[in-house]
Design a protein around this ligand. Structure first.
Ligand SMILES: [Zn+2]
Length: 149
């Protein structure tokens, strides 16, 4: 069984070496579909009886690890010296410094990996992330399911 929580946030970025307009500073309304798979809990009397995972728990993990860190932030590659330097010299901003070019592909993989660290710590060992689908625009998304390619 699969369940999905959706989170949405606003964040800026740029693709430093992009051949066209994506190299300039700009922002997106990001939307991530966080899909969890596992078996339905059947233990009688448990709060989670009949669920794969409580949506409230998934929401809390997603908000703590992703949404609250990224919302109204600016994701910047740690090799983007110009932007790193800007944030060093200007306060009042919310840089989200990452070790990769902030494309939809890389951000979806990042979200998968960040959430996976928490999911494996949970008491319920029967659940895992099925995939992360990250919408960068209403017509463009990247989907990552843990594959190595
Ligand atoms: Zn963009």
């Amino acid at each position: 069984m699969k369940i999905t929580k959706i989170i949405q946030w606003d964040m800026g970025h740029r693709i430093q070496n992009h051949r066209s307009i994506c190299r300039g500073l700009h922002g997106h309304r990001y939307k991530a579909e966080i899909c969890i798979e596992g078996s339905i809990i059947t233990e009688k009397g448990l709060s989670e009886e009949g669920m794969v995972m409580d949506f409230a728990d998934l929401k809390k993990i997603s908000n703590d690890l992703i949404l609250n860190k990224m919302d109204h932030g600016f994701m910047v590659h740690d090799e983007d010296a110009e932007m790193i330097n800007f944030f060093k010299n200007h306060s009042g901003h919310k840089p989200v410094i990452v070790p990769f070019v902030p494309t939809a592909e890389n951000v979806s993989k990042f979200i998968y990996e960040e959430l996976e660290k928490e999911i494996v710590k949970l008491e319920n060992k029967n659940i895992k992330i099925s995939y992360i689908k990250l919408w960068e625009t209403p017509t463009s998304f990247a989907k990552y399911n843990g594959e190595k390619i």
